[in-house]
Design a binder for this molecule. Structure first.
Ligand code: GLV
Ligand code: MN
Ligand code: MN
Length: 424
């Protein structure tokens, strides 16, 4: 898979280009970060929203300017192609263009900007690759608008369910299908986004944790992405008058839910790292100051790199919630919104990434990603690999997300060499 004929004459040129590219990353990242800027800080580019569309147009302009041929697939993934001179499967690099609410400047954006910079640098220094090279801005990874995620990568591997677009709704009741139509995309064509011509997908991303920073390492090759499950828990009690219902006669769904949330935290702490549990969304009904809450819906995100341990954590969560509900005379319903197994990165791609890092003067460590990434979905159809650069203070999914510019540049440089090894 690795073409070894590439001369190293290009290395110097590339280094110069990417040094220029390092400086290039920052203005591009800044420009993207302005799109969807929120009053409380950070950016929000939810799937098929206005900011999402504007960011896609912006990246498409950059791709065209760099000389790539662009196209959008049925779900709105944006592809920029540098044609290869030989037939064969394609090498792909990129990341997602959507963000969480108050998202940072680098999650997703870095992989797109670095992929484009690297491809442009290679094109200028080495001309056409043997293998076609695609830079992709994946339409959605975060699940921050619709209660589903990996929409873009699931379309690429052809695993979007038949009725998903018509049944999944955002908090305003808009279905994915409606949101797609508003962007001129036809939900009936989702199947056409599937690809079986990708050889390898490589993504540069921030770590989003503090391991690299605390161990003072500049770069990691990801060995695997941890698995996880998203649950939706519905607690039903009884709505009553807040002034007239004595405390011992209440079936308060919100108090019940809060006891459950504390129990989930305690068992996860007791299990210890790398187990993590997060209740990130909660809604109480009828949401009135003077009414005992009759119904609460909350989500739980449970992760562990070991599938058995993750399942055990889920079982404990379910049984604790059942016990608490029974004690308080509440009804309980637990739905699985999504379940993802841990996914190892491909050994060949890992080896290429490690070699590329070495050639850039760095001995890259290996790391398991606690965060989810499109690579874990794309692994079903192609070889995948990821590179991490440090996150200052381990902060991510917040406006404070930051990576030292020198680390960004190193990541981009290793990406250049990786793509050169894979495609030239
Ligand atoms: C995405 O960033 C996730 O890990 O949920
Ligand atoms: Mn990401
Ligand atoms: Mn993210």
């Amino acid at each position: 898979m690795v073409h070894r004929g590439g001369d190293n004459l290009s290395n110097r040129t590339l280094r110069m280009r990417i040094d220029g590219g390092g400086a290039l990353l920052e203005p591009w990242l800044d420009e993207l970060y302005k799109i969807g800027a929120e009053p409380g800080g950070g950016a929000y580019r939810p799937l098929y929203g206005t900011a999402w569309a504007e960011a896609g147009d912006c990246v498409e302009r950059w791709m065209k300017k760099a000389g790539l041929e662009t196209r959008r697939d049925a779900v709105g993934n944006l592809w920029g192609r540098l044609d290869g001179t030989e037939k064969g499967k394609v090498i792909v690099t990129g990341s997602h263009i959507d963000t969480v609410r108050h998202g940072g400047r680098l999650d997703g954006a870095l992989g797109i900007v670095a992929g484009l910079t690297a491809t442009e640098a290679l094109m200028k220094a080495r001309g056409k690759p043997k293998r076609s090279l695609d830079v992709v801005a994946i339409c959605e990874e975060e699940g921050s608008r619709f209660p589903t995620n990996f929409w873009g990568s699931r379309a690429i591997v052809g695993s979007i369910g038949k009725d998903e677009a018509d049944t999944i709704v955002d908090p305003n009741g808009v279905t994915i299908a409606q949101a797609m139509r508003e962007r001129g995309l036809d939900p009936a064509k989702i199947g056409s986004a599937a690809r079986d011509d990708i050889d390898a997908f490589v993504e540069l991303h921030i770590e989003q944790g503090a391991v690299l920073e605390t161990t003072r390492q500049p770069l990691a090759v990801v060995s695997a992405i941890a698995g996880g499950v998203h649950l939706e828990i519905v607690v039903t009690g009884r709505a009553d008058h807040a002034g007239t219902t004595p405390m011992d006669l209440r079936h308060d769904a919100l108090v019940g839910a809060s006891v459950m949330i504390q129990a989930i935290e305690s068992i996860t702490r007791a299990i210890g790292a790398p187990a993590v549990a997060t209740v990130g969304r909660i809604r109480a009904e009828p949401d009135q100051i003077n009414v005992v809450p009759g119904r609460v819906v909350f989500t739980v995100d449970l992760r562990h790199s070991d599938p058995g341990a993750r399942r055990a954590l889920e079982e404990r969560t379910r049984s604790l919630c059942r016990t608490i509900a029974a004690e308080r005379g509440l009804e309980l319903e637990v739905r699985v919104l999504q379940e993802r197994p841990p996914v190892p990165m491909h050994a060949e791609v890992r080896a290429v990434l490690t070699r590329a890092a070495q050639e850039c003067g760095v001995r890259a460590t290996e790391l398991v990603s606690g965060a989810g990434h499109d690579a874990q979905i794309l692994a079903a159809r192609c070889k995948v690999g990821m590179l991490f650069v440090p996150s200052v203070g381990g902060r991510s999914h917040c406006p404070e997300e930051h990576t030292d510019p020198g680390h960004l540049e190193l990541g981009a440089r290793v990406l250049v060499r990786t793509l050169e090894l894979l495609a030239y």
